[in-house]
Design a protein around this ligand. Structure first.
Ligand SMILES: Cc1cc2nc3c(=O)[nH]c(=O)nc-3n(C[C@H](O)[C@H](O)[C@H](O)COP(=O)(O)OP(=O)(O)OC[C@H]3O[C@@H](n4cnc5c(N)ncnc54)[C@H](O)[C@@H]3O)c2cc1C
Length: 430
């Protein structure tokens, strides 16, 4: 049997890791079979995007999932079958020690090494060791794994039970093909979205891709506060949806960056393009720890119109003084109660005038992709050809920042390992 994996990054590596553990655990129950797995990767190296995750520290999971963590019910269906706790337990049981302590964002989970490079090397070694163990232990079952780097998948053709895979170097005859070649975000790291056109030609429905987890492009001009950081509460409002998140943002001339900004942008995109909801208002609470205007009033009694300089950095205070039309040249100019009320409301609801255009270069995940309507959701294979599978970001799946995308890669890879497992075993696994 020949299995061809397209792409050698997060979801493909997880697939091989889970498969190798599964076969090792069932080594005495394997069929009389030879499996050739060929992994095609157009980059010069394996796992280029995986290496970039979490700023090279690899934010691999999250202890909390909410209604906003993923984009749609099908993504949750796949994820829920093998969720965060199962993933954390799985890694710990299969050689990857995790750091689940409270650090930075409380719920983010990293490998103990805090290194994507070490994690990738470890997973690749586990895969190789497991396959060697299986080959030396099982008399009848053999598995051969080949990574073919700098080989680009171009197209495929269905020929009876086989799939002819056309690359820029040759044609490969395979029994199964697993698409693990990602979306179109950060194209310099690998995937550029060219796959969507190829799949559409084969009748596979693709939900129009948009850039997610990206800095928020704004029409406001923040050049005076460029590179300033501020802890805020971002508030999205529209009729039926209310989303709030607290965190640090970084102001740039024409955009706002930081994890909160990335998440907010994904949610706006999901709502605007997928659900076709317009008029979503985005405001920032610039003083999230001050909850009553009386607190501010008390403070202004000490510093008058200069009070902003006691709360914000000099640049932000100057910017906001201008915005609020406060005369900072007249020192200690007292503000009356009504003036403080208005200032309080303005600081609590600072309006962000966002722009929606896609910037895939700075995006970390693609919203949209291969529609679940093409697939048998229980096994992630194509409804029209059961030997064609999809895992990871190529699917119409997107998660927020915090390990959700790698968790989805893992859960979807687990689903495909499980769905093919009976092909390898003499007796169903217990
Ligand atoms: C900077 C950055 C930081 C991130 N940090 C995190 C994080 O900390 N935690 C988290 O959960 N998620 C993070 N993500 C998102 C996460 O990395 C992706 O969702 C995940 O890697 C998707 O995995 P995948 O295997 O589906 O696709 P990819 O990782 O994109 O891998 C697809 C592979 O397929 C190859 N390929 C594409 N087309 C072809 C072709 N035609 N022929 C051959 N090969 C092909 C590509 O070169 C690539 O190697 C981050 C993303 C970015 C860009």
């Amino acid at each position: 049997m020949k299995i061809c994996l397209i792409g050698a990054s997060s979801s493909a590596i997880f697939y091989l890791y889970i498969l190798s553990n599964f076969l090792k655990e069932n080594v005495l129950n394997l069929k009389d079979l030879t499996i050739d797995i060929i992994v095609l990767e157009k980059n010069k190296v394996i796992g280029r995007k995986f290496l970039a995750t979490g700023n090279g520290r690899c934010n691999i999971a999250n202890k909390i999932t909410t209604d906003f963590s993923y984009n749609n019910s099908e993504t949750y269906d796949v994820y829920n079958e093998f969720d965060n706790q199962s993933i954390i337990d799985y890694f710990e049981k299969h050689g990857l020690k995790l750091d689940i302590s409270k650090e930075n964002y409380d719920s983010f989970v990293y490998p103990y090494s805090k290194s994507a490079k070490s994690t990738l090397n470890l997973l690749l070694s586990i895969i190789n060791n497991n396959f060697s163990y299986i080959n030396s232990t099982s008399k009848k079952f053999k598995i051969n794994l080949t990574y073919s780097i700098e080989e680009k998948f171009l197209d495929y053709q269905e020929k009876g039970d086989l799939i002819l895979i056309k690359t820029d170097k040759r044609t490969i005859e395979a029994n199964k093909i697993i698409f693990a070649n990602g979306g179109m975000s950060s194209p310099s790291l690998g995937s550029d979205g060219s796959i969507y056109g190829i799949l559409k030609k084969h009748g596979i429905k693709v939900i129009e891709p948009h850039a997610g987890l990206s800095p928020i492009r704004v029409k406001n001009n923040f050049s005076e506060i460029e590179n300033e950081r501020l802890k805020i509460k971002a508030k999205l409002r529209l009729k039926e949806v209310k989303y709030e998140e607290v965190g640090e943002v970084i102001f740039k001339k024409n955009y706002v960056s930081g994890i909160v900004a990335f998440n907010i942008y994904s949610i706006i995109k999901r709502l605007s393009f997928v659900k076709n909801i317009k008029d979503i208002s985005l405001t920032l609470d610039l003083i999230p720890t001050i909850n009553k205007y009386e607190e501010l009033l008390e403070y202004t009694k000490q510093l008058g119109s200069l009070f902003l300089f006691g709360i914000f950095s000099t640049n932000i205070a100057k910017y906001l003084s201008k915005f609020l039309k406060l005369d900072i040249n007249k020192k200690y100019l007292q503000l009356n109660e009504n003036e403080v009320k208005v200032i309080f409301e303005n600081l609590k609801n600072f309006k962000i005038d966002y722009a929606l255009e896609d910037d895939f270069k700075s995006s970390q995940v693609t919203i949209g992709g291969v529609s679940y309507s093409n697939l048998d959701l229980s096994s992630l294979n194509s409804k029209s050809n059961k030997n064609i599978y999809f895992i990871g970001e190529i699917l119409d799946s997107d998660g927020l920042c915090g390990g959700y995308n790698l968790m989805f890669c893992f859960s979807s890879a687990m689903k495909v390992v499980k769905s093919i497992s009976s092909d390898f075993l003499n007796h169903p696994s217990i």
